[in-house]
Write a new protein. Structure first.
Length: 115
């Protein structure tokens, strides 16, 4: 899969498009095709190195919207969103369980979201 990531802190020029392995999923996880991801102030701070907990390399992006492509049968085709967490969404795919961490959620409300 393609993902935008950074391996050093700096201005936006440190972002690069990388080929990465597709996330693994199990019976309780959905593979979400990311259709949209936002750029918010935390993403800018992460790339610049202003957030001390950031580990490298990193895929930025704290908010996403997408469609479940694989996973539990009742989730497939669901339009979903998520926010927060310590993983980035500037990627083609993401593996999600019932929550995104840091207060964000994929289920149950997001699985039913109308996008």
């Amino acid at each position: 899969m393609h993902a935008i990531r950074f391996q050093a802190f700096g201005d936006p020029s440190v972002l690069d498009l990388a080929e990465m392995a597709e996330p693994d999923i199990d019976e309780s996880t959905a593979l979400v095709r990311i259709l949209a991801a936002s750029i918010n102030p935390n993403d800018v701070k992460n790339v610049a190195g202003a957030m001390k907990q950031t580990t490298l390399p990193r895929i930025p992006g704290r908010d996403f919207a997408g469609v479940v492509e694989r996973g539990p049968v009742e989730w497939i085709g669901a339009k979903v969103w998520g926010a927060g967490g310590d993983v980035g969404f500037y990627a083609r795919w993401d593996a999600r369980g019932d929550d995104c961490g840091a207060g964000g959620e994929l289920a149950p409300n997001a699985r039913r979201a109308q996008l």
